[in-house]
Write a protein that binds this ligand. Structure first.
Ligand SMILES: [Zn+2]
Length: 174
């Protein structure tokens, strides 16, 4: 039996309207209204990015065992940004009040999209990300020089440079 055959804990099934698979060409994605997540970089706006908050994803989840950002399906009537921040609170204990949103990055597949909220720790806030639901094996600050050694979720790995540039507000006057 492969890891992907393992069932998620029952209480996670259909936990909100918006949960469900969307067919997209020859593959499928989670989130009837798309999905969203939070890419949170340590330190306040304008300071160099040293760490990002990542989630080691449960083996039963889609592409399980890889590292990515906390996130999930956008709920009915919710914006993708609000969905990403809510999921980060549910899965990683990150209080949206501690997040300074600096931008968004959208992966658009047509019938489905993933919106990454890019944020910095709000000045004076000290975020302690941690796994707060069974979707994450572990959630923690990961140093940038550790990233190469971790098995990253492929879609996250593809977006990483763009996300870091947004978090660093490169090319943007602040
Ligand atoms: Zn797709």
């Amino acid at each position: 039996m492969s890891a992907s055959d393992e069932a998620p804990p029952r209480r996670l099934l259909h936990r909100q309207p918006g949960d469900g698979w969307v067919t997209c060409g020859d593959h499928r994605h989670w989130g009837l209204h798309g999905a969203g997540g939070l890419f949170l970089a340590r330190g306040e706006r304008g300071t160099p990015v040293t760490h990002v908050a990542l989630q080691h994803r449960a083996v039963w989840s889609d592409q399980g065992g890889t590292w990515g950002i906390p996130g999930g399906a956008v709920a009915t009537g919710e914006t993708a940004v609000d969905g990403g921040l809510r999921e980060a609170q549910e899965e990683a204990g990150i209080d949206p009040a501690d997040v300074d949103v600096v931008g968004t990055h959208v992966l658009d597949h047509g019938p489905w999209s993933y919106t990454t909220v890019v944020g910095r720790e709000r000045a004076g806030a000290h975020v302690d990300p941690r796994a707060t639901d069974p979707e994450g094996i572990e959630v923690r600050w990961v140093a940038l020089d550790e990233l190469d050694a971790l098995p990253l979720l492929p879609a996250f790995a593809d977006a990483l440079d763009a996300l870091l540039a947004l978090a660093q507000e490169e090319g943007v006057d602040v």
